[in-house]
Structure formats: C-alpha cells, structure tokens
Design a protein around this ligand. Structure first.
Ligand SMILES: [Cu+2]
Length: 522
C-alpha cells in the first residue's frame, strides 16, 4: 500500500495547501490539522532564513519548510502521523513533552528502530494534555535539529480559550556562514564541553523577523517555543507586561515573569498572555538579553495605526483550564539524586577525567554514567521506578554550565530551587538547571497517564552523554510510557563578549547578522 493511499483525501489536500502557502509566506505558520492522518516528509530543502540578497540556506526539514508544519490537534483526540524519511541517514521523531506510549516516543534503539532512508513510520497517540509542544528528530539530533528539522505541535483545549489571536513563535538559532549556509563543525568537542553550539542568527518561525504586526487593545496568546540547539533566551517585551499562563505546555498560576524576563532554555515553551496596551502606530522591541553584553532585539511589536479593538483593557489574568495531571504524593515519594557532572571548568577537565565515568569519550555524565551518540541500548538502568509511585528527584549541577534537563513522556512539578519554593504551581518537562546550583529539587511525578495500558514501572535505563552536543540523557524504560531525561543541548556562558547591540548576533569567530547583512565580527 502506498503511503499516499494511507492518507485521507482531506489531509492530503491540507498538506498540499500547506506547502504552497509556505513558499509564499515563510514567516507565518500554517495550521495543519492532523485529525485523520498527517504526513511529514523529512528531506533536504532550501529555505530563505536570512532573506534577500542572501541565497537560500540548504537545510534539512519537514515538508520542505522551516520550521516544519504547525501541527494542531485536540486534547483527547487520536493523532496519526506518518513520517517518511527522504534523508540519507536514519531519523525518528520525538514529540517533545507529550505524555504518550513508550513506542511512540521516537528514541531510536530504545523505543523504536530508527527510520531508515526511504522508509516510513507511523506515530499514533492520543495527547492527554492541551498545550504547546513541539517535535524534532531524535537520531543524529544535533545535526538534524541544527539543520532545521523541528516544528510546533499544538494541542488545543476542548473549548477555545478566549483570546483575540493565538500566535506561535518558533525560535531557532543558526550558525551561518557569510553566504547564509549552515556552518560545519557540528560536534566540536571543545564546544560540546562548554556551551553547546550557539549560533549567530536567530529566527522567528523560520525567518529573521523585523516586526510582528499587532492591534492596540487585542489580547494575544503567544506560544514561545525554544527550538534552538543550545541558545537560552531571556525575552523582554518593551512597554508590555506579559503574563505567563503555561510552562512546557502545562498551565500554571498566571504570573508575570521575574524582572520582566521570560526565560526559555532549549526545548522549553512558555505561553504568554499579552494585552496589547501600546500606542497605535508605535513599535516596541522584543529584546533577548540572556547573555550578558550580547543583547539584541528579536523582533518588534508594530502597532497598526488604528483605534484600539476594545475601549477597556480585559481583566488582567486568565488561567488556562487544567490538564489531567496526577499530583505527586510527597508523603510517600521515593527520593533520588541526579548529579550532573563534567564539562570544561568543572575542575575535572574534559572527557570525564577523574570522574570515573563509564565512557571516556563523553564530556558529561549523570551520577558517573555517560553515554555518547544517539544510541540507547545496553546501558544499565540508573534508577528503577515503579508505576503509580511518586518520586522526588534532586538535580544537582556540579558543572560550570547550564543544563536544560528533559524528562521524556512525563510532566513533573518543579518544587524548589536552592531550597526556595518555586511558586505558581509549575509543571514542566524540561528544566533549566543553572551552573553550580547547590540544590535544585524537583519532584517528579511518575504516575502515568491513566489510559496507559500497562507497565508504568519505569526502569531508568541509562544515563547518556553525547559528546557531540553536550547533552545528557537518562532513559526510563517503561513498558507503556516513556521517560528519557535529556539535556536538550545547552547554552553558552558568556562565551565571548565581542558582539554588541544589534540584530540576531553572536559568537565571536562567527558571523553576525544585521539587517540582512552578515558580517564577520571583529
Ligand atoms: Cu525534545
């Protein structure tokens, strides 16, 4: 049976429409319904990341576009997605943050065999939670993600949330050469032991963004997705007071970000409620100032020169409806400590010297266990967990670097940081653990989705470190639901201070993009 015949006519048409629209409108995300089957084709492509007069960039992508199609599905409705591999290497797709069956999690060698070139794989799951999620490869992911393979996966609430507009900003970070091609050097060992691969060009929905037009008085739900390999964002919306209503897809108590900065580590998502209280005709910058001395503006909110859409501002906060997440039982929770180790400037040098790490090619480890590459078989479990129990994990970062730690297939409550309670009832699937943070405690709820047929006993199968990108994994081996802790690439720590205020920028020996011109930094 051909792949096309497995698709309903409707989704086939939608895919075709999406491709056409994408060619004309690189910065807008099309909505694609996956209700009765959707196909994603992973293949090389070309995309105008920087725009004229620079050439299109050779990328690897889904459905010929960057980011991949915005997939919109509904909570509790089955999803079926065929992934066809037209790359010259293996791939898989990981549905980041979705609580789904183990076999659908997309980790090659652990949850499924890799999808070989020319082959396809059908992912089928029913998202239990509404929220902002994303998808990306999990095979050679440093390159596949770094070359453009990723997209937004939005799970809508059963009833529409009352906002005027629902926008997705899929943030990507690219390291481009002067002719707008992706720079080689993936897997640089020195870099891997430090910041990870931070780029020099930041895009919103696949293109360097000049402005986003808005209307005074409107209320926007802005879904921010950090799809970068390693860059951390701290976004400030000049002249505005965004309210965080969800983190990693899961609703939290609505609150304003600390010091007005929305912090987004790699793979993290934040849903903001933005009431557009600016002046018609005016522009307001959205500034990323995470890296000290390297701040730049990501885009501008450009107000149309029209009267406000409503006379009075809406009530301040709007809580999203809760998802069916089981609360951890702290009284009976079993405790574990995960110690993140390695990297440069840890006092241990690179390669795990002196750490007794199990893999001396690795730059990083968890509790002394390291693993390189995307392979996942053969490592002993780090911890064995039981279905239905609650767990409390302390993550302690003994490295000099930030680590965004991701737990596959589960959401967890973030309880304390360095002994201080984390407010606002925050759930997450990816948590940014700052360097040398003495005691970051996360309570991990290992209850599983009610519907999972069996086997929520999690055996944490492995601790992994990929030296190629400095990410850290832990796998939990569940028979019905997944868990893999994954340090989604990492960021840089003031790697250099050469860049200055400008457009998408950064990194000393590379290139800076300013108003469509890439120039070498001094
Ligand atoms: Cu991910």
């Amino acid at each position: 049976m051909s792949l096309a015949s497995q698709l309903s006519r409707r989704s086939f048409l939608m895919a075709a429409t999406s491709a056409t629209a994408a060619a004309a409108l690189p910065s807008a995300a099309e909505n694609v319904s996956a209700a009765d089957g959707l196909k994603l084709v992973a293949a090389p492509g070309r995309w105008p990341i920087v725009g004229k007069p620079h050439p299109n960039t050779d990328v690897w992508c889904y459905d010929g576009r960057v980011p991949g199609p915005e997939i919109r599905v509904r909570r509790g409705k089955p999803v079926r997605i065929i992934v066809e591999n037209k790359l010259e290497q293996d791939t898989t797709v990981h549905w980041h943050g979705i609580r789904l069956p183990f076999a659908m999690d997309g980790v090659p060698g652990l949850t499924q065999p890799p999808i070989k070139p020319g082959e396809s794989f059908v992912y089928a799951f029913t998202p239990p939670d509404a929220g902002t999620f994303w998808y990306h490869p999990h095979a050679n992911s440093l390159q596949q993600l770094g070359r453009g393979m990723a997209g937004a996966l939005i799970v809508e609430e059963p009833e529409a949330v009352p906002v005027d507009r629902d926008l997705v900003w899929f943030l990507s970070d690219w390291r481009l050469t002067a002719n707008a091609q992706i720079a080689s050097g993936f897997g640089n060992r020195m870099e891997a032991a430090m910041s990870g691969r931070v780029g020099n060009t930041v895009t919103v929905n696949g293109a360097v963004s000049e402005q986003v037009s808005v209307r005074a008085g409107e209320r926007i739900r802005l879904r921010l997705i950090n799809g970068a390999l390693a860059r951390i964002f701290a976004l400030q919306f000049e002249g505005h007071r965004p309210v965080i209503v969800a983190i990693d897809g899961q609703p939290c108590d609505p609150h304003e970000p600390e010091r007005g900065r929305v912090l987004l580590g790699p793979a993290m998502r934040v849903d903001l409620l933005l009431d557009m209280q600016g002046e018609p005709g005016q522009r307001y910058r959205v500034v990323d100032n995470f890296y000290r001395g390297l701040s730049y503006w990501l885009t501008q909110l450009a107000y149309e020169d029209k009267a406000p859409v409503r006379a009075h501002p809406l009530e301040r906060s709007l809580a999203l409806p809760n998802n069916p997440l089981p609360e951890p039982d702290l009284a009976t929770a079993e405790r574990h400590v995960l110690i993140l180790q390695g990297g440069m400037m840890s006092g241990m040098g690179m390669g795990g010297m002196g750490m007794g790490m199990s893999n001396d090619r690795a730059a990083w480890a968890i509790n002394g266990h390291a693993m390189t590459g995307d392979g996942h078989a053969g490592m002993p479990p780090l911890v064995t967990l039981q279905r239905g129990r609650s767990y409390l994990f302390t993550m302690r970062n003994d490295t000099a670097w930030w680590h965004p730690m991701h737990l596959h297939g589960h959401s967890f409550r973030v309880l304390t940081r360095n002994g201080s309670t984390v407010p606002h009832r925050q759930w997450a699937d990816t948590v940014l653990v700052p360097p040398h943070e003495a005691r970051t405690v996360h309570r991990l709820c290992c209850h599983q989705e009610q519907r999972a047929a069996q086997g929520l006993c999690a055996r944490m199968t492995r601790g992994e470190i990929r030296d190629g990108c400095g990410s850290v994994w832990l796998g939990f081996d569940l028979s019905a639901a997944v868990v893999v802790v994954f340090a989604h690439e990492r960021e840089t720590l003031e790697f250099a201070r050469l860049a200055r205020d400008g457009r998408s920028l950064v990194q000393p020996l590379y290139w800076r993009h300013e108003r469509g011109v890439l120039s070498r930094l001094p």
